[in-house]
Design a protein around this ligand. Structure first.
Ligand code: AMP
Ligand code: MG
Length: 346
């Protein structure tokens, strides 16, 4: 008999068949008891997708767990293919080329979250900045500081009011969509849905800091999620404790290039066409789903400490931690109360 091993428990029971019922019950209880004490080893896999390292960790056993993780990654790849502005052949490309499209499925749901966040943030979040993002080239191997005229032209062709609520872009209407501020979070939600549907009880999907936990961790301890210190890549600003949680972080340290000591990061302010200088270094948002957390984190980053905090505070079920350039933490009322938060720095 192998204590704690479910297949061992079956073998043990068949060997003692014919003995008294009391003995059978006693042996069964010992096996189950020892099984509960042993924490199953998590299955963990990392792949590079959506421009970042994605890690899936699940508490489940054997081949089923590996298959579920595989299906979750495939689902994320599907979302990326349908919505990335860097992958040809999707609706985002059609609209950029003025060929018209009716958004449906994943692309429609992502566009909807993007549009409602654009409206809620008065345009600080703007999913039509594709041309401007392309002009700066941040995160590519050819980043550059564009000239004023180029910025002005690209901005002139952007604007979230160009997105039809129906998701139907007529032929001839050219819009450069960039859904990068929300797509990762949505893909995380979908991966979690696939894992749950596959019978996985608990785990984490982490797409470069946009992450979601689900289920109860073995041992019943709460999930602990580290909030990265925006100044030190190897250090934590703090640790959040939660049950199931969807969380996303936008920061000026995630993707950037430097010229003459000036950092140009990847979150652009639609008001200036340049990397947002709102006084923030990072924004971490907790929300009912990761797509919303992702979009709101980008929006609040552009809006700055006061307006950003206000945006998050007035949304039900949304909390946030905004870290400003002076090292101050601006936190919504549920941080520390609803979600215990241990700061790692004085
Ligand atoms: P995130 O890393 O989620 O904060 O999103 C940043 C990404 O979203 C960038 O790499 C761009 O692709 C896109 N983006 C940049 N600025 C904005 C903005 N103001 N609103 C919406 N998306 C943006
Ligand atoms: Mg985002």
């Amino acid at each position: 008999m192998m204590p704690g091993n479910p297949s061992g428990s079956l073998a043990g029971r068949s060997r003692i068949s014919g003995k008294s019922p009391f003995l059978i019950l006693l042996v069964f209880m010992v096996i189950v008891g020892s099984g509960c004490r042993r924490t199953p080893e998590p299955v963990r896999e990392t792949r590079f997708m959506m421009g970042t390292l994605v890690e899936i960790l699940v508490y489940a056993r054997g081949e089923d767990a590996a298959n579920a993780v595989n299906r979750a990654f495939s689902r994320m790849a599907e979302v990326e293919k349908a919505t990335s502005c860097r992958i040809p052949g999707n609706d985002v490309e059609s609209v950029r080329e003025g060929a018209g499209a009716l958004f449906s499925g994943d692309a429609a749901r992502i566009l909807q979250t993007a549009l409602s966040t654009a409206i809620a943030s008065s345009g600080a979040f703007d999913p039509t900045l594709g041309e401007l993002v392309d002009l700066w080239g941040i995160g590519t191997d050819r980043p550059r500081v564009p000239g004023e005229a180029g910025i002005r032209d690209a901005l002139g062709r952007s604007g979230y009011h160009r997105i039809p609520e129906s998701g139907r872009f007529p032929p001839g209407e050219i819009v450069w969509l960039d859904l990068g501020g929300v797509a990762k979070g949505y893909a995380v939600d979908e991966a979690v849905r696939v894992l749950k549907d596959s019978g996985v009880g608990a785990g984490i999907v982490d797409a470069g800091g946009d992450l979601r936990t689900f289920g109860v961790k073995p041992g019943s301890s709460p999930w602990r999620v580290g909030v990265q210190d925006p100044d030190e890549s190897q250090e934590l600003a703090g640790i959040l404790e939660a049950g199931e949680i969807s969380i996303a972080t936008s920061g000026d340290y995630q993707r950037y290039f430097e010229v003459e000591g000036v950092r140009y990061h990847h979150i652009l302010d639609p008001a200036t066409g340049r990397p947002a200088r709102s006084g923030l270094k990072s924004v971490t948002v907790l929300a009912p789903d990761c797509a919303l957390a992702d979009a709101l984190a980008t929006a609040a980053f552009v809006m700055g400490p006061e307006r950003g905090l206000d945006l998050l505070e007035k949304r039900d079920g949304v909390e946030g931690i905004l870290i400003s350039e002076d090292g101050m933490y601006h936190m919504t009322s549920g941080i520390g109360t609803r979600y215990p938060f241990r700061k790692q720095k004085p």
